[in-house]
Ligand binder design. Structure first.
Ligand SMILES: [Zn+2]
Length: 151
């Protein structure tokens, strides 16, 4: 899997990018480039109120209808030498949507990778209570129009 994300991190100066690869069975196309969902850490002046790259990517995926078991792999990249694994909050968030054997690929600044399974990243985890194959995304009827239609 190639990282295509352009990470940000204006306050922490710690840039993180995350790319999710969906299974071909979970997408309308088998082209792998069309099955990528990207995220970056999003920060603001109220630091540390921000969101990690992994949860940005996963939130985007869930809103698009991605369900537990739809994800083939998750890659995380930083621009430091060490392999950076997801934080504890992201690990449980990932576990809610990812199978135990799913690979988590960590990229360092030299383009090297280290791969662990979801179970290795978060051993003895609390399993998801989400039923398989059920989307938790809101139905489209609940989404407001912006800007509202003029009368
Ligand atoms: Zn995190």
């Amino acid at each position: 899997m190639t990282m295509l994300t352009i990470p940000s991190g204006p306050y922490s100066q710690f840039r993180v990018g995350c790319t999710i690869l969906l299974k071909s069975s979970a997408a309308s196309t088998t082209a792998w480039k069309d099955r990528l969902i990207k995220g970056a850490n999003v920060e603001n002046a109220s630091y540390p109120v921000g969101t990690c790259a992994e949860r940005v990517a996963l939130g985007t995926a869930v809103v698009q209808g991605v369900k537990y078991g739809d994800i083939k792999a998750i890659a995380v990249a930083t621009d430091i030498k060490e392999f950076c694994s997801p934080c504890g909050m992201c690990r449980q968030f990932m576990r809610e949507f990812c199978e135990q054997e799913m690979p988590v690929v960590m990229h360092n600044c030299d383009g090297e990778t280290k791969t662990m399974t979801m179970a290795e990243v978060l051993p003895s985890s609390t399993p998801s209570i989400l039923p398989a194959n059920q989307s938790v995304a809101p139905s489209l009827e609940l989404w407001p129009e912006c800007p509202p239609k003029s009368r």
